[in-house]
Ligand binder design. Structure first.
Ligand code: FES
Length: 277
């Protein structure tokens, strides 16, 4: 780049936490994300330790925080009541505690989330051209951050989890009738859980690692219209909207748990449209 004679070039920005020449509200985004993510962590931790009110009798609704329910007391459990290895004497069992590490690990290692919480939680950096609390840069070369390289492997598990939640969404169209039979229908919970799967798919399939998985490992995409190129283009569309799907799916998964929990605790009936055959 060349500059005209007399141009005043921007120098290195001021050092020190928050020091900057920027006059816009650069702090608004990190503050907003801090509040959003901190709120989600507090709520999801609380919900995970409850071990109750995560499913709704008479429906097939199950909170996405608790699915897959490997061991548990609901009709959705795969094996039995409690895993034989669980230290019940010191920690009350909750099915969510067995599985939440996978979706949590997926978001924790996500390239987009890393940018967001590095800025919001430890100001590294707080924003572009804003001073940091330190002068050196360590990168992600040491523990624990070097473990974040496992993101591509957590992706495989996240895809399996998303498929299971998709199965839950399909099951949510089936209800138990008063005479003990079954009927197909739609409730508000059906809409919420189905949308939850759609948003999670939008987030998971827009992952940078998934984009490489479907479009990488070759020197050329070949002719436009090839399967590889079509897949890569589709994932690219999602990838360009990754920040949107990352945040909206986070909020929606918490909202899904809230809805199931409210129905389960209150005993309220969902508004249903049943189709009888
Ligand atoms: S980069 Fe965000 S989920 Fe993989």
């Amino acid at each position: 780049m060349s500059y005209a004679p007399g141009t005043v070039l921007p120098g290195p920005h001021a050092k020190g936490l928050g020091a900057t020449a920027r006059s816009d509200a650069w702090w608004a985004a990190p503050l907003g994300f801090f509040l959003l993510l901190a709120g989600f962590v507090v709520y999801s931790t609380w919900a995970a330790f409850q071990g109750a009110h995560y499913w709704v009798p008479g429906t097939n609704y199950i909170s996405p925080f608790y699915s897959p329910e490997l061991w548990g007391t609901s009709p959705h459990a795969w094996f039995g009541a409690a895993p034989p290895f669980w230290p019940l004497a010191i920690l009350q069992y909750s099915p969510a505690l067995l599985i939440l590490g996978i979706p949590a690990g997926f978001r924790l290692t996500c390239y987009y989330y890393r940018k967001v919480y590095y800025r919001a939680f430890w100001a590294d950096p707080t924003a572009c051209a804003v001073g940091e609390p330190r002068n050196d840069y360590w990168g992600e070369n040491f523990l624990p951050l070097i473990l974040w390289n496992a993101h591509r492997f957590v992706l495989y598990l996240a895809i399996i989890f998303t498929c299971i939640l998709g199965y839950d969404a399909l099951k949510s169209f089936i209800f138990t009738t008063k005479d003990g039979g079954h009927a197909i229908g739609i409730g508000i919970g059906t809409v919420i859980l189905t949308l939850n799967t759609v948003l999670l798919m939008g987030y998971t399939l827009g992952c940078h690692s998934f984009r490489h998985l479907v479009g990488g490992r070759c020197d050329s995409f070949g002719a436009k219209g090839s399967t590889t190129h079509s897949l890569w283009s589709g994932v690219t569309w999602l990838n360009e909207r990754h920040p949107f799907f990352a945040m909206i799916s986070l909020c929606w998964v918490a909202a899904s748990d809230v809805y199931v929990r409210v129905l389960s605790i209150s005993g309220w009936h969902d508004h249903l449209i049943l189709f009888r055959f």
